[in-house]
Design a protein around this ligand. Structure first.
Ligand code: HEC
Length: 102
C-alpha cells in the first residue's frame, strides 16, 4: 500500500512538472500511472474498511479522468482537477493510519 502511495506522490510531482513545462504528454502519462491500474490488489483491498476502499477507488478514477481531460481541457481545468484530486489524499490521511486499518 505504501508503494501505491509513493506512486501517487510521484504522479503529482510529474503532473506539476508537466504543467510548468506545458508538456501535456508528460501530464497525461503521469496521471495515467496512478489510474485504475495502480489500484490495490482486490485481495488486499478486501481487508480494508469499505470507506477506505471507496476513497481509494475514487482517487484512481480521478487520476484517469485527469489523464482523459489533458488533451481537451485547459491548464485551468487540470489545476482544478488537481485540487479536487488531492482532496482525497488529505481526507484519507486525516482519517486513517496503517495500524488502525489492520
Ligand atoms: C484511501 C486512503 C488514502 C488515499 C486516498 C491516499 N492515501 Fe496516502 N496513505 C494512506 C495511509 C493509510 C497511509 C499510511 C499513513 C500512516 O499510517 O502513517 C498513507 C501514506 C502515504 C505516504 C507515505 C508513503 C511511505 O512510503 O511511507 C505517501 C507519500 C502518500 N500516502 C501519498 C498520497 C498521495 C499523494 C495521495 C493522493 C494522490 C494519497 N496518498 C491518497 C491512505 C491514503
Amino acid at each position: 500500500m505504501l508503494a501505491e502511495m509513493r506512486t501517487m506522490l510521484k504522479s503529482l510531482n510529474r503532473i506539476m512538472h508537466g504543467l510548468a513545462a506545458g508538456d501535456t504528454v508528460m501530464v497525461e502519462d503521469a496521471a495515467r500511472a496512478s489510474g485504475a491500474k495502480a489500484a490495490l490488489s482486490p485481495q488486499l483491498g478486501k481487508k480494508l474498511p469499505a470507506h477506505f476502499q471507496d476513497l481509494e477507488r475514487r482517487v484512481h478514477q480521478r487520476f484517469d479522468q485527469l489523464a482523459d481531460a489533458v488533451k481537451s481541457g485547459t491548464r485551468d481545468d487540470v489545476v482544478k482537477r488537481m485540487a479536487a484530486l488531492t482532496g482525497y489524499c488529505v481526507t484519507c490521511h486525516d482519517t486513517y493510519r496503517l495500524d488502525e486499518a489492520k
